[in-house]
Design a protein around this ligand. Structure first.
Ligand SMILES: Nc1ncnc2c1ncn2[C@@H]1O[C@H](COP(=O)(O)OP(=O)(O)OP(=O)(O)O)[C@@H](O)[C@H]1O
Length: 733
């Protein structure tokens, strides 16, 4: 710095920097002059008089114009900190700060013996009902596995938390002059939350922008988050995962007592898990009223969906709740086979799934008809008016929704749109699961119709954006999830599991099935207004039967006999009832549903004509041109698929393309060249056409010399072409 610059800087130092300094300096000057006149022995008496009179006025002016407003201003600037200190002091003395009310999840019911005051202990706010709530449990919840590890092993001390935050702020390049004031450290099962006063000039948005840098510094890159602090003003919270070995499990049993309490007021109560502070998180599906569940493989999605299903079916009888489980992976829902709540055995065939969804739509329309006839507005008012024949809620759960989109994207998107827009009043709800939340799967239609969403760990930030339409923390996996209800605030939670020990979840589900198939329904846990009536046992006699098989009542058969895999073939007529007289309106569904062969011949011919003109089948086009309802259009599509006239849904062209015979033949030829094997059933599934059409093509290929006819009924077709012939064909194609 040059001498000149130094002089300038010194000169600037002498000038008042603000209003307060200016007033103070002016007053000091005045007071100094007065004092000089007062203390100087030879000063004129008149000046001494004036100085005596002016000195108190100068001091008074300084107080009024500078000291007082400055103090008030400082108090105002630090009000949040002072209030927070006050809240801390009160919390430390055991007077709980009122938690912010949540519009969506249920208040914690009081559990005898459980800690009801989540902020009374600053270091450890984790709450688990544990065995202390067990006396409130009702069967089958009493047989839920007990959590071996219900509490996290460690949480930071206030001192270490202070150190972490100071370092993080330095790292984020904030200049902090004072010590950071840590307001609270809370521990949930998997995460700990350190709330601290934001130092002056540190803004939450700027701090949050440095989240990734801070996370890298703290070590656990996954799962770290920065949020506004709950209950405190001008404060932020760091959400820091516990070390892996310190994390607790969350079991359904820990929250089962709350489920029982919530079931008093909710129609379809579901346990989600514990929020990040360890408070139970439960929702009513009816309020959501549909749910999208996303999560990469291994993220905890299946465990969560099982928790939802077992929560609802533990407190709702089969007469109150009916489930349609669609399981393209064929591994997730098999364990529920035999549960009396099921409308049909878990559906693994996608064509069957489409058919079943269409049936639910028909049921929805039937319900709307019933409401109109009876002057009721929705399921609750209908059931209140007709307690003798209540209608159950229906929940459709699709485990891998993307697989269904591949087979029947148009039908499914249309169906989802219709169900989500109309089904709330009819008591029909959707839970859609997917591992692949790409924009092709979580389409605009899905997003606008399913504002309630849950996501577990996803591969990329882009995926979180697709699902939640906003930024989210990078989740840890193992049931670490985020949810939004009706598009509201994001809420992070740890999903509850039935058990993480091998086989315990299956054992519980078996006991759940056993409970409902054997229980005296009069004594079942029935809590909704329509459920208070003893349940008509004939509802339980509903089961799928094949056209060849005589009806059997559920009591007279072993669970394994009741619903077998073979019953899930094309002849199966689900929801058939034993006794029409005893059946509830729901059980008449079959009569209302048009048979797959149902549409009139001329409609079918007209539809064929349109399909040929358009080059494929599009549900909305058929609906518009033929003036038919959704159900009928879907039946036409299904029939055309079965007859091999149109292929599976093509997401790009948004229709089911027309398959000409020659086209099918060349596609079968190419498929055989690729696979180097001929399997009739695989070809049938791959092309989604009737067996006869595949056999026709194979016969044609025998004539062409590509295949050899089967030598006997037990052996299949074999390939006559050489490897090089097949390679050449593939190259040409
Ligand atoms: N809530 C939870 N608490 C503790 N561990 C969990 C939880 N949820 C899941 N896990 C663990 O993560 C593993 C994978 O979970 P899950 O099978 O639900 O994954 P997924 O997302 O459904 O994967 P996939 O789609 O491949 O089946 C489980 O075996 C379990 O060990």
């Amino acid at each position: 710095m040059s001498d000149r610059e130094k002089d300038d800087a010194e000169e600037k130092d002498h000038l008042p920097k603000n209003y307060w300094q200016f007033v103070t300096r002016l007053c000091l000057l005045g007071a100094g002059i007065c004092l000089i006149f007062l203390v100087m022995p030879d000063s004129p008496p008149i000046m001494q008089e004036k100085a005596k009179a002016f000195l108190p006025r100068i001091v008074g002016s300084w107080i009024v114009f500078s000291a007082l407003p400055w103090s008030l201003l400082k108090l105002w600037q630090h009000r949040a900190r002072l209030l927070n200190e006050w809240a801390r002091w009160r919390a430390a003395r055991g007077q709980a700060v009122q938690p912010l009310s949540s519009a969506h999840h249920y208040d914690q019911p009081r559990i005898p013996g459980a800690d009801q005051n989540p902020v009374s202990d600053e270091r450890h706010a984790f709450m688990a009902a544990g065995p202390s709530g067990d006396q409130l449990l009702t069967p089958p919840l009493t047989v839920l596995p007990v959590n071996p590890n219900p509490k996290p092993r460690a949480a930071m001390t206030m001192e270490s938390a202070g150190g972490v935050i100071s370092t993080a702020l330095q790292l984020a390049e904030f200049t902090v002059e004072e010590d950071v004031s840590v307001l609270k450290v809370e521990a949930g099962p998997v995460l700990q939350i350190v709330s601290f006063q934001l130092p002056p000039k540190v803004q939450l948005s700027k701090l949050a922008a440095k989240k990734d840098d801070i996370a890298n510094h703290l070590g656990p890159q996954q799962g770290f988050d920065i949020t506004a602090a709950k209950d405190f003003k001008s404060a932020a919270s760091f959400v820091i995962p516990h070390d892996q070995s310190d994390r607790a499990f969350v079991y359904m049993r820990d929250i089962a007592a709350q489920l029982v309490a919530v079931a008093e007021k909710a129609t379809l109560p579901m346990i989600f898990g514990l929020d990040i502070r360890g408070n139970p998180l439960l929702f009513d599906l009816v309020k959501m009223p549909h749910l999208l569940v996303c999560g990469a493989t291994g993220s905890g999605k299946s465990v969560f969906v099982n928790t939802l299903l077992t929560s609802m079916t533990s407190v709702r009888s089969p007469a109150q709740l009916q489930l349609l489980l669609i399981d393209p992976k064929q591994v997730e829902f098999g364990i529920y086979k035999g549960l009396p709540h099921l409308l049909a055995p878990p559906v693994t065939d996608m064509k069957m799934a489409v058919h079943m969804i269409e049936k639910v739509i028909v049921e929805m329309e039937r319900r709307y008809g019933l409401f109109a006839e009876t002057g009721t507005r929705n399921l609750a008012s209908y059931n209140a008016k007709h307690p003798e024949q209540p209608l159950p809620s229906i929940v459709i759960v699709i485990d891998e929704y993307a697989d269904l989109m591949l087979v029947a994207g148009d039908v499914i998107e249309d169906a989802v749109q219709r169900i989500t827009q109309m089904a709330r009043a009819a008591g029909i709800h959707l839970i859609l699961g997917t591992q692949r939340p790409s924009v092709n799967v979580v389409t605009g239609t899905i997003k606008s119709n399913l504002p309630s969403r849950v996501t577990f760990k996803l591969p990329s930030t882009k995926d979180y954006m697709t699902v939640l339409e906003r930024g989210a923390p990078k989740l840890l996996g193992f049931g670490d999830g985020v949810c939004t209800v009706q598009g509201g605030d994001l809420q992070r939670f740890q999903s509850a599991a039935i058990s993480v020990a091998d086989g315990e979840d299956t054992a519980f589900i078996e006991q759940l099935i056993d409970h409902w198939t054997r229980c005296d329904l009069g004594a079942a846990l029935v809590t909704t207004e329509w459920g208070q009536e003893p349940v008509d046992e004939s509802n339980l006699n509903r089961k799928p039967v094949t056209s060849e098989q005589p009806s059997r009542s559920i009591e007279s058969s072993e669970p394994s006999e009741r619903w077998t895999e073979e019953q899930q073939d094309e002849n199966e007529v689900p929801w058939e009832v034993d006794d029409e007289e005893n059946s509830a309106p729901m059980n008449n569904l079959k009569k209302e549903i048009p048979s797959p062969q149902g549409p009139a011949r001329d409609k079918y011919e007209q539809a064929l004509q349109i399909v040929r003109e358009e080059g494929g089948f599009k549900v909305s086009t058929i609906q518009g041109k033929l003036r038919v309802g959704f159900g009928e259009a879907a039946s036409l599509a299904e029939r055309m698929m079965e007859e091999g006239i149109v292929g599976p849904y093509d997401a790009e062209s948004k229709l089911r393309p027309l398959i000409e015979t020659s086209d099918l033949l060349s596609r079968v030829r190419l498929h055989i060249c690729r696979k180097r094997v001929v399997r009739t059933h695989e070809l049938r599934e791959h092309f989604s056409v009737r067996k006869e059409r595949i056999l026709e093509c194979l016969h044609q290929l025998v004539e062409e010399g590509m295949l050899n006819s089967p030598e006997s009924a037990r052996t299949g077709y074999t390939i006559a072409w050489t490897e090089s012939q097949m390679d050449a064909y593939m190259e040409l194609s």
